[in-house]
Design a protein around this ligand. Structure first.
Ligand SMILES: [Fe+2]
Ligand SMILES: [Fe+2]
Length: 328
């Protein structure tokens, strides 16, 4: 899938952000028994720390606060995909045993991440607090770009682990380099005193289904949408910002293409039921993105963010030309 023509079609004629307010959401996530077993207290309940970690990393939001979580009593068994095998290992041809999952319901408050790629190895992003909306936007943009470096490096490691084609691994590493450039560009625009911070952790052990689901949400929906928004900003921002957004947009379109290429490869290795789960997560992310659209904050006009109605039009365009096509 080549996104450039779609992005160009959507942005031309549309004067086109991503300004999502924090909102509370109750959502479910799966955790394997192996991960869960080290996260329980003596009474078999999730520790507060484990709850925080699980819900922060699994939520589709950039989580600001975890209010609590509930561990379901009954485990769920799911077939293990063939992709978890070690490439070249032919010593055991028997199907692997199903993995045991437990559902955790998380109650969190956060903002929809629509700029910058997220990854399970990013534990938290702490956006700066500033009374100036433009400074807040720019600093959050820098933080998103900076954490995207880690996201792509970790993505490359996981692609290798799953035995993905070397070309995909290389493209992920190249994307990490792009994100270094983006972070530098944004740091030049953002007031250094207001930059945020992030915390990282080793990528949690997970199977191809979890990996593909994250890619579908983060890459095929959010990064794709961010590419469209950045392309719009390159045409609508003031000269002080337009060139930066033009560079970012061109690279983000390539990153979104990479996400769709990873999606095609991963889906080809998943069982039909798991492919349906990935598609369902993608559609849910599309709907969540739409529900979170709101007007850009006053005082951010210079960076060329689209109005809420323009955002919806861009979203509708992606549904019509891309997301619904992928789901068909
Ligand atoms: Fe970027
Ligand atoms: Fe990117």
């Amino acid at each position: 899938m080549v996104l450039a023509p779609i992005v160009a079609g959507l942005v031309l004629g549309c004067t086109g952000p991503c300004w999502q307010k924090a909102h509370r959401q109750v959502m479910a996530t799966d955790v394997t028994w192996e991960l869960l077993s080290s996260a329980l207290d003596e009474e078999g309940r999730l520790t507060a720390g484990a709850c925080e970690t699980l819900c922060s990393s699994s939520s589709s939001l950039d989580v600001e606060e975890v209010h609590g979580c509930v561990l379901e009593d009954s485990p769920v068994e799911r077939p293990t995909t063939a992709d978890t095998s070690i490439p070249g290992d032919t010593t055991d041809t028997a199907p692997p045993p199903p993995r045991v999952y437990f559902e955790v319901t998380c109650d969190v408050t956060g903002t929809t991440i629509c700029k910058g790629r997220h990854h399970a190895s990013i534990a938290a992003r702490h956006s700066p607090v500033s009374p100036d909306p433009l400074a807040r936007y720019l600093a959050a943009g820098w933080l998103a770009e900076a954490t995207s470096v880690q996201a792509f490096l970790a993505l490359a490691v996981e692609l290798e682990r799953f035995g993905a084609p070397a070309e995909l691994v290389s493209r992920a590493r190249e994307a990490a380099v792009d994100e270094v450039v983006h972070a530098r560009l944004m740091s030049a625009l953002a007031p250094t005193a207001a930059l945020g911070t992030a915390t990282y952790r080793p990528t949690p052990a997970r199977d191809l289904l979890a990996f593909a689901t994250e890619n579908a949400i983060e890459g095929c929906v959010r990064e794709t949408f961010a590419a469209v928004v950045a392309a719009h900003q390159s045409t609508a921002a003031t000269p002080a910002y337009a060139d930066t957004f033009a560079v970012i947009a061109e690279d983000e379109i390539r990153h979104a293409d990479l996400a769709w290429a990873i999606d095609a490869w991963a889906l080809s290795r998943l069982e039909p039921a798991d492919r349906a789960r990935v598609e369902s997560a993608r559609q849910a992310a599309v709907e969540e993105l739409y529900a979170g659209i709101e007007e850009p904050a006053k005082g951010t006009g210079e960076v060329g963010l689209p109005s809420a109605s323009e955002m919806r039009r861009l979203h509708d365009g992606l549904v019509a030309r891309l997301w619904s096509v992928a789901a068909a």
